[in-house]
Ligand binder design. Structure first.
Ligand SMILES: NC(=O)c1ccc[n+]([C@@H]2O[C@H](COP(=O)([O-])OP(=O)(O)OC[C@H]3O[C@@H](n4cnc5c(N)ncnc54)[C@H](OP(=O)(O)O)[C@@H]3O)[C@@H](O)[C@H]2O)c1
Length: 154
């Protein structure tokens, strides 16, 4: 059996786990941070909670004899991805990162590029606007700094 650890918390991670579950030669574990109270079934055994940084994750990989680490976390989850890369290096385990394609500008778009969600809130300006937020629950609080706007939050 080949042990695989998927760092999840995304639809893609769940879908990948579901597909790999059918393979009799693989023992797949999916890891969740524990942010969601009742996460949907992931199709494979799940472990929950942080590892204690890159070192903790490296130790986990060694202890469990993990042969492949798959980083299928959300693009906004920057820390765990950096930790995963470092832990894989420390443990000498190959890592595969599943990345969503970014938005590509097309003709007719009007982009304003910012470095953070807080900057995006500022970039909306002072006059009230109707704003669609497609950034996820964890970051939405940053827009409390600009309460003059009307927000639709997906
Ligand atoms: N940020 C978002 O908008 C967003 C949206 C949808 C889903 N998610 C999912 O929610 C989780 C947390 O997101 P975040 O932005 O708080 O992450 P983060 O800032 O990158 O990670 C913070 C800490 O949470 C722990 N952690 C994160 N993902 C983990 C996982 N899959 N398994 C075990 N521990 C994990 C790690 O703790 P230790 O250092 O102790 O190991 C990590 O250092 C991620 O798994 C991500 O895929 C995030």
């Amino acid at each position: 059996m080949t042990n695989i650890l998927i760092l999840g918390g995304t639809t893609e991670a769940r879908q990948l786990a579901g597909k790999l579950a059918a393979r009799a030669d693989l023992a797949v574990t999916l890891s969740l941070a524990g942010r969601t109270e009742s996460p949907v079934a992931q199709g494979v055994p799940v472990r929950v909670g942080g590892f204690g940084g890159a070192q903790g994750l490296a130790a986990y990989l060694k202890e469990t004899g993990t042969a492949l680490l798959i980083d299928a976390t959300h693009p906004y989850a920057a820390r765990i991805s950096a930790n995963a890369a470092e832990a894989a290096r420390q443990a000498g385990v190959p890592i595969l990162a599943l990345r969503r394609p970014g938005w590509e500008p097309v003709a007719g778009d009007r982009w304003t590029l910012v470095d953070s969600v807080a900057e995006a809130a500022t970039a909306l300006g002072t006059a009230p606007r109707r704003v669609f937020l497609a950034i996820g629950r964890q970051e939405a609080g940053a827009f409390e700094a600009a309460p003059q706007h009307h927000y639709l939050i997906r």
